[in-house]
Design a protein around this ligand. Structure first.
Ligand code: ZN
Length: 290
């Protein structure tokens, strides 16, 4: 019920109560007040239930988290590419930008079922800038960004995890929106460490991201036979501007004959990500951003 309609309903009660007074019966006001109070209690209770974290319902079925565990991170899923940037294309019509969005939606549902909070950097066939994607994660005090890609090569059904490696030269900008800033940043003199440019925001988190990628890659190797045991360090533009743990996940590949061979990997991928985030969280101390 909207606030305005609620007010109107209460006003209606008061009107009838006043009519009651005119007939010499004061109990109408009490009834209206009682009705209003019950309504407020009901609304407060409903609001309280709505504020409960999604994992509250599962708390009794799972081990309670240790008291010293850092807060549960916001998982920011980044379906790469989008819009005019299709990403990789397969001979059988598989388009990377569409598959990563479909997988991200399933991952969100599955991870929320596990009790995680999840947001996506894009909900439709759009192509947010690298900075906008990073900003979706940087908006949270404690977030983990996972950028999703489909490879053009590799053994179908395998999955690789990547972390940012700054020693690798910046690749040519793939997104027009990112190119002027990237070009400007490359020509600029290095600023003080406290004033890291956007495209180097990942720098202080490289070790954390690598640690998360190592945990994740082991889980991926368990879930998807043939996947490597070690993650790969590379220049991944989606990760560079993220001021917190950030990894990329690349599924092989667009060469499969049927899209469901890829989208069907989302549920086991969600389990691997959930286990990895839990393990990462249990073994790390949260460092809140200043
Ligand atoms: Zn990609």
């Amino acid at each position: 019920m909207s606030w305005a309609r609620e007010r109107a309903a209460v006003a209606g009660e008061n009107k009838s109560a006043l009519l009651d007074i005119g007939r010499g019966r004061g109990s109408g006001i009490l009834a209206a007040v009682r009705h209003y109070l019950w309504l407020m209690i009901f609304l407060a209770a409903a609001a309280g239930l709505a504020d409960q974290p999604a994992f509250a319902g599962q708390a009794s079925a799972q081990q309670p988290p240790p008291a010293a565990a850092p807060p549960s991170p916001m998982i920011v899923l980044d379906p790469a590419h989008g819009g005019i940037d299709t990403g990789a294309r397969g001979e059988n019509g598989i388009v990377e930008k569409d598959i990563v969005l479909a997988i991200a939606r399933t991952l969100r549902a599955e991870l929320e079922r596990q009790g995680f909070r999840v947001v996506l950097t894009r909900e439709a066939d759009t192509d947010p800038s690298y900075d906008d994607r990073a900003a979706a994660a940087n908006a949270y005090r404690y977030a983990i960004l996972i950028s999703l890609h489909i490879a053009s090569t590799g053994k179908p059904g395998t999955v690789r995890a990547y972390y940012e490696q700054f020693s690798t030269p910046l690749p040519p900008p793939a997104s027009p929106a990112a190119s002027p800033a990237a070009a400007q940043a490359r020509s600029a003199t290095p600023p003080p460490a406290s004033l890291l440019p956007w495209h180097e925001a990942q720098q202080p988190s490289v070790a954390a991201s690598r640690h998360l990628a190592e945990i994740l890659q082991l889980e991926l190797a368990r879930s998807f036979a043939g996947s490597p045991a070690q993650p790969t360090g590379a220049a991944v533009r989606e990760l560079r501007s993220v001021a917190g743990p950030a990894v990329a996940v690349e599924i092989s590949s667009v060469s499969v004959s049927n899209a469901e061979m890829l989208t069907g990997m989302a549920a086991p991928l969600a389990l691997a990500i959930g286990r990895s985030v839990d393990a990462y969280r249990a073994g790390s101390v949260a460092v809140p951003k200043s």
